[in-house]
Design a binder for this molecule. Structure first.
Ligand SMILES: *Cc1c(COP(=O)(O)O)cnc(C)c1O
Length: 358
């Protein structure tokens, strides 16, 4: 399928943000977007790049009622060598197709998906900020578009990709986060859709996040729904513990989003000779190992922040500090190494970065 391009009229192009330090996250969008439609009769059709702008949706459009909606999150980077890079894009494409299957939505041709990403990003390359740590955030999204009430899989879908320039996550160095352990609310349960980037998971997380934020914490640490005692994720990131010099992270058993950063952390650590265990830890074990000095670092991993050190957590009304509230050495080493690869500096032994231009 050919991707048609309808560029915005020159007079309608938005001014590019001048101050990279004021970009923030998810507020500014570029001039164009990729769109493609699906119907059960025609399959996917009419892939095109068009001016960024609102959709007109019938009030009975199914995604607005039953949440049949999935998305992805990835980034394009301006390398130190002037090239534009993506980081493991085929993993995001595969994951979106897995989310689609679980939500009874149509999967996409990975090659067409990749071509759409490349074409759109190259067209919008002047929007990619240059500073280290800045990037162009990419949000592929799929929504159910059948106009009908009644819970059933939609017979039509819209897939689109939008882009936004985002600032450096840590402009003034690492900021260890304060985490609130929720043993009241859970994010997902066995048999659910926790391993998908499905919109409803995030709606369901808001109440606990707002409570944590009101109490002065940055993120919620989610415990497993079965026992409410074993950490699974933090906010919208995966979680890692450094125990006796080893990395420990909960296994992917359906309730945890299989993060691409998580996988990168595991592979990098193993390549450095650091043992990685995918096993569940309980809050009791964690607190014991903190007081014995065996647990030395906790960090979250995800595309937005790469790795985010946890400085302290609140569990049942008590605060526990990790590594004196400052960034641990392994957290910092992983952060620097992943950034180095993403920004095109030096070796990339795993072949993770994909140069798409200029
Ligand atoms: C996206 C996401 C992650 C991180 O995945 P990455 O591929 O590393 O960005 C972790 N947990 C949740 C719930 C997520 O939505």
């Amino acid at each position: 399928m050919e991707i048609t391009i309808k560029p915005a009229a020159p007079g309608n192009l938005k001014p590019k943000p001048r101050d990279e330090s004021a970009l923030g996250f998810g507020k500014i969008f570029t001039d164009h977007m990729f769109v493609m439609n699906y119907t059960s009769e025609r399959g996917w059709h009419d892939p095109s790049i068009i001016p960024y702008g609102p959709f007109s949706l019938d009030p009975a459009t199914m995604c607005l009622h039953y949440g049949q909606e999935i998305f992805e999150g990835m980034k394009a980077y301006h390398g130190s060598d002037g090239s534009i890079y993506l980081f493991r894009p085929s993993d995001n494409i595969d994951r979106m197709n897995r989310s689609a299957e679980r939500l009874c939505m149509p999967t996409m041709d990975p090659e067409l998906f990749m071509e759409a990403l490349k074409k759109l990003i190259l067209m919008e390359q002047d929007w990619i900020p240059h500073g280290r740590g800045t990037s162009l955030y990419i949000r592929p999204t799929m929504i159910a578009t059948e106009v009908a009430l009644g819970v059933h899989p939609s017979d039509s879908y819209l897939f689109y990709i939008i882009l936004c320039p985002v600032g450096a996550y840590y402009p003034e160095g690492f900021n260890p986060t304060k985490i609130y352990v929720s043993d009241t609310y859970t994010r997902t349960a066995p048999g659910g859709v926790g391993e998908c980037k499905a919109a409803g998971n995030y709606a369901a997380s808001l109440y606990a996040s707002r409570e944590a934020s009101r109490l002065g914490y940055t993120q919620v640490l989610w415990l497993d729904a079965l026992t409410r005692s074993r950490p699974e994720e933090v906010g919208t990131s995966n979680i890692f513990f450094v125990v006796n010099g080893r990395l420990v992270t909960p296994p992917l058993e359906g309730t945890i989003l299989p993060g691409i950063t998580r996988d990168s952390v595991i592979k990098l650590a193993r390549s450095w000779g650091i043992e990685v265990e995918e096993r569940r830890l309980s809050m009791d074990e964690i607190i014991d190992m903190l007081s014995s000095g065996e647990l030395t670092e906790i960090f979250a991993s995800g595309t937005a922040a790469v790795v985010s050190p946890v400085g302290l957590f609140n569990y049942r009304g008590r605060e526990y500090e990790i590594n004196g509230g400052s960034v641990g050495p392994l957290t910092e080493r992983l952060y620097n190494e992943i950034l180095r690869i993403q920004y095109g500096e030096g070796e990339d032994i795993f072949g993770w970065r994909v140069r798409i231009g200029p």
